[in-house]
Design a protein around this ligand. Structure first.
Ligand code: SAH
Ligand code: SF4
Ligand code: F3S
Length: 443
């Protein structure tokens, strides 16, 4: 069709937004939109936004400002804001940004086609309800077909929302209460993905290991149970899940890491701080010691597992001694990689009422922590040299003839690509370690 309308999507924030953007694009495809990677030929621009830190939220407004000349030159252009900023700020967005036609929160994506109809009638709808119906039941089925240039990896949301209310975090407000999808739906969606060539699935949830969905037998399934069922799907070679909370790592899930060959030896398990005083003030409901003992149990089940974490520095009340405790915890664990953030006060969260640590103190701590994390990451990567790993190839590399994929530990690995195709799973001997990737040779 030559008269297809064009949709440009920009995704901010976490992997769940990446998944949601795909689902929204699929819903809009049913309305005749095909995606483009250029905003300037779009008939519709969709920003799928993130509210986690102030910078992330402000970026949306500066990007909207940059769309102004485009909209002036093309008055029919539709601009929609979705995601967590949409949920948190709602009508404030249409007030502040007259060029925005539509605001839709994360639980209302299935209403997009309907909302677009209202836009066509000249309305500027703001939809931030948490509807009673499940959006996943009302979104169109995922398209079939073959891999055709697409990655052999996919995200699959199994759980959404959070009941934990860490004192710094907006997620429980923007994504709502914890909801788990029924296992049958997840298994069906996974089989569909595998039928179109996907070989690795990453299960997503804001608190993915708190998953407790209805099983096909009517009983309650945990994440470990779900993983074991997914692992029985022929053609699905690898499973991962993110993001987990330490308090929801149950024995069954830990055991799965030792027993389920398709479950990759990689776990992102954010701890945020190594100071019990700060963990308490954060409402994390675990201590540094309970986290370290948990890591021991996980490593007992799967000794080679690569661990990663998130950290916040400069949380209100954090002293030098608290920060030293964080460094000590990082040294004790030995992470393969980690993300660290300077605390950002978020409106409506309990911690926003408290007094901030001076910016220069927080900056210095961030630098010190990042230096330690980088050192650990390098050491773990260098220890891979000489080892044999399995690599799922995803795309051509930067150099001619190169192919790049991910090892079971989620390291990017490039090889001279002769005879390797996207979607191939091959044994590779690691020969070198660079700043952000490993190099190797096919075995
Ligand atoms: N659901 C996940 C991730 C939440 S957001 C979890 O519970 O781990 C991802 C990371 O952003 C968090 O782990 C935390 O380190 C960071 N983060 C969240 N709120 C923040 C804030 N107000 N300021 C700075 N970093 C924040
Ligand atoms: Fe935010 Fe804490 Fe929930 Fe993670 S567990 S999403 S950090 S409130
Ligand atoms: Fe951001 Fe919302 Fe994800 S705030 S991190 S997009 S859940």
């Amino acid at each position: 069709m030559t008269d297809a309308k064009k949709l440009f999507v920009k995704t901010y924030g976490c992997q769940m937004n990446v998944y949601d953007s795909e689902r929204m694009a699929e819903a809009l495809a049913a309305q005749g939109y095909e995606t483009t990677d250029r905003a300037d030929d779009a008939d519709m621009v969709l920003l799928n936004t993130c509210h986690i830190r102030e910078k992330a939220a402000e970026k949306v407004y500066s990007d909207l400002g940059r769309l102004r000349p485009l909209k002036t030159g093309k008055p029919d252009l539709k601009i929609a804001v979705a995601g967590c900023v949409a949920q948190a700020e709602g009508a404030e967005i249409t007030r502040r940004m007259p060029l925005v036609d539509l605001v839709v929160g994360p639980q209302a994506y299935h209403r997009l086609p309907d909302l677009m109809g209202r836009v066509a009638r000249g309305e500027r709808p703001v939809e931030t309800e948490f509807p009673a119906e499940d959006k996943f039941d009302h979104l169109p089925a995922r398209p079939g077909g073959t891999l055709a240039g697409r990655a052999p990896t996919a995200f699959l949301t199994v759980q959404e929302g959070c009941d934990k209310f860490c004192a710094f975090c907006v997620v429980p407000y923007t994504r709502g209460a914890e909801v788990s999808r029924p296992a049958t739906r997840i298994l069906d969606e996974a089989r569909g993905l595998v039928a179109r060539g996907v070989r690795e699935i990453t299960l997503l949830g804001q608190n993915v290991n708190a998953y407790h969905g209805q099983g096909p037998d009517g009983g309650d399934w945990s994440l470990g149970r779900l993983i074991r069922a997914l692992a029985r799907i022929d053609g699905l070679e690898r499973l991962r899940y993110t993001t987990s909370h330490p308090n929801d790592m149950d024995d069954y899930l830990i055991a799965a890491h030792g027993e389920e060959a398709k479950l990759m030896p990689y776990l992102h398990l954010p701890v945020q701080s190594g100071s019990d005083r700060i963990l308490k003030a954060m409402n994390r409901k675990h201590t540094a010691d309970s986290y370290l003992r948990l890591i021991e149990r996980i490593r007992a089940a799967r000794p080679d597992i690569l661990l990663t974490s998130d950290f916040i520095v400069g949380f209100p009340g954090e002293t030098d001694a608290d920060f030293e405790a964080t460094l000590a915890l990082v040294r004790a664990v030995g992470y393969g990689a980690s993300f660290s953030f300077k605390y950002s006060a978020r409106p409506g969260t309990p911690a926003a009422e408290r007094e901030d640590v001076p910016a220069e103190v927080a900056d210095a701590r961030l630098q010190a922590l990042q230096a330690l994390i980088t050192e650990q990451q390098r050491a773990v990567q260098e220890a891979m040299v000489g080892r044999e790993v399995s690599v799922l190839f995803e795309k051509p590399g930067r150099l001619p003839g190169q192919m790049v994929g991910k090892s079971e530990y989620l390291h990017a690995v490039h090889v001279p690509g002769e005879g390797v195709a996207v979607g191939d799973l091959r044994r590779v001997r690691i020969t070198e370690s660079g700043p952000n990737s490993l190099g190797g040779r096919l075995v």
